[in-house]
Write a protein that binds this ligand. Structure first.
Ligand SMILES: [Zn+2]
Length: 257
């Protein structure tokens, strides 16, 4: 089985001590590729440099909504210039989006999200979207802009209706550690019935550890466990689920390559 972690923050300092050893263990588990979203201007060059050193690393460039309030003037101009220079390994815009649970003023979050959607459209790249307590608003914004390459709603959590709205807009749903939680019935039901084509796997490492691993640093080693939970939920044979998830991630991020 070959798996792609479509959302993990392997550039974070928490991985500095043992990144290579961790990657070896992940490779042995079948995790063969990583998509690393940048979260703000101060980690763009770090993410690019890491991808330079690892053939299995690809990345998104963007500004996460949590940091919308603290970006320096002209951040979008610099992001646009960098994206348009087409650095090797760039496959998405993000992480961007809306987080209505955070204290960052919504207006600033929205302006930055919209600017990144426009950039994704201009650069013909998919979006890596963070949507927390904001699914309906995010869907409304996406409906207005209709970014041609769509993207992924990472760590999707929400109703079937919201999932279908995103899928119709050309967005896949990131299946993460959420599904390991007993209380996540609603989200599990969504992943059970949505078309398999609509799903991609992710860990969001070092965040979102599985229920059984609370308090620990999450790593892409949990990806096979997330895949196994999803396979249990689905009616299709496990092999087909694995093949399709791989194909979905490739179609999303390596379209035309
Ligand atoms: Zn993230």
């Amino acid at each position: 089985m070959q798996l792609i972690d479509t959302h993990c923050h392997l550039d974070f300092p928490v991985f500095d001590q043992d990144r290579e050893a961790l990657l070896d263990r992940c490779r042995a588990l079948g995790v063969t590729e990583y998509i690393i979203p940048a979260i703000a201007e101060n980690n763009w060059t770090r993410v690019i440099a890491l991808a330079d050193q690892h053939i299995d690393f690809f990345y998104g460039l963007g500004v996460h909504p949590w940091y919308a309030g603290e970006q320096r003037e002209g951040v979008m101009d610099r992001l646009r210039a960098l994206v348009m220079s087409q650095p090797a390994g760039l496959v998405a815009i993000g992480e961007c989006g809306l987080d209505l649970r955070s204290h960052v003023p919504q207006e600033g979050q929205l302006a930055l999200f919209e600017a990144q959607i426009r950039l994704a459209s201009d650069a013909d790249l998919p979006l890596m979207v963070h949507s927390v307590r904001a699914n309906d608003t995010v869907a409304k914004v996406l409906r207005r802009f209709k970014p041609p390459r769509g993207g992924v709603i990472h760590a999707f959590s929400g109703s079937l209706q919201q999932a279908e709205a995103f899928w119709q807009l050309g967005f896949r749903l990131g299946v993460g550690g959420v599904i390991s939680f007993e209380r996540a019935n609603k989200t599990r039901d969504v992943f059970k019935v949505m078309p398999l084509e609509a799903l991609v796997l992710e860990t969001d490492s070092p965040d979102m550890p599985l229920q059984s691993e609370q308090g620990a640093r999450n790593t892409p080693e949990s990806l096979p466990k997330i895949a196994a939970i999803l396979m249990d939920l689905r009616d299709e044979p496990a092999r087909l689920v694995a093949d399709m998830l791989l194909c979905n991630a490739r179609n999303l991020f390596h379209h035309g390559t």
